[in-house]
Design a protein around this ligand. Structure first.
Ligand code: DC
Length: 212
């Protein structure tokens, strides 16, 4: 089974993806970490995040087992990842890697921006997860605080809105809900309620019935 989870920044899709994968015994790939890794390689080497040739070169030596989530989840890397991910040549260079991951038994949960639309258009289940921007900003600011980073919520909100704008309006594989994806709005749900809602979507899809 392949489950595609897409959604905007800080919508909770990473946590959802991880927990859904554990629930069904599937592998999990947070595809945002791929773009973040490429962005970090570029930043560390002093390249601009818009440098297409350097980005494609970095994509060729990706090793997900070495992803350092804490370093990659920084604010600066997220911003650079949003810029890097708009490079069409980079996106093209990463398609095979993501598809190979998805089809290996017993299947996988992939979360990102274009999983249901581009990477796995035939996924068994597609979920588009979202939440109101101020709620996403509150959750992301709380995550930063838990890591000991002080960053105010208004700044996080401004960045989230900027990132939404960039991710939705880029030419290559923009963020959008696939036609056959279920919309899961977690504005008023805590993480456990969101997970159960997602499981309900998966079960309803597998049983061949629409969701209530
Ligand atoms: O989900 P995230 O915040 O870790 O993603 C970081 C950036 O990477 C995001 O701004 C857009 C980009 N991204 C993408 O373009 N396509 C994906 N499948 C995943 C992430």
């Amino acid at each position: 089974m392949i489950i595609a989870i897409d959604g905007p920044a800080a919508s909770g899709k990473g946590t959802l993806g991880k927990r859904i994968a554990a629930h069904y015994g599937l592998r999990h790939l947070d595809t945002g970490l791929i773009y973040r890794t490429v962005a970090k390689v570029l930043l560390d080497a002093g390249h601009s995040p818009g440098d297409a040739a350097a980005a494609v070169a970095a994509a060729k030596s990706l090793d997900p087992s070495r992803f350092d989530e804490v370093a990659l989840k920084s604010h600066a890397v997220g911003e650079a990842a949003s810029v890097v991910s708009a490079i069409p040549e980079l996106r093209a260079a990463l398609v095979a890697f993501q598809r190979d991951f998805a089809i290996k038994p017993p299947g996988a949960v992939l979360d990102g921006r274009d999983i249901g639309t581009v990477i796995c258009p035939d996924a068994d289940v597609k979920i588009f997860v979202t939440a109101a921007p101020d709620v996403r900003a509150r959750r992301r600011a709380a995550e930063y605080r838990a890591q000991g980073k002080q960053i105010d919520e208004a700044t996080v909100l401004a960045d989230i809105l900027k990132r939404d704008e960039r991710d939705q309006n880029r030419f290559a594989a923009p963020l959008k809900q696939a036609q056959d994806a279920y919309l899961l709005d977690t504005t008023h749900l805590d993480i456990d309620a969101a997970i159960w809602a997602a499981i309900d979507i998966v079960e309803a899809t597998r049983a061949g019935r629409g969701r209530d």
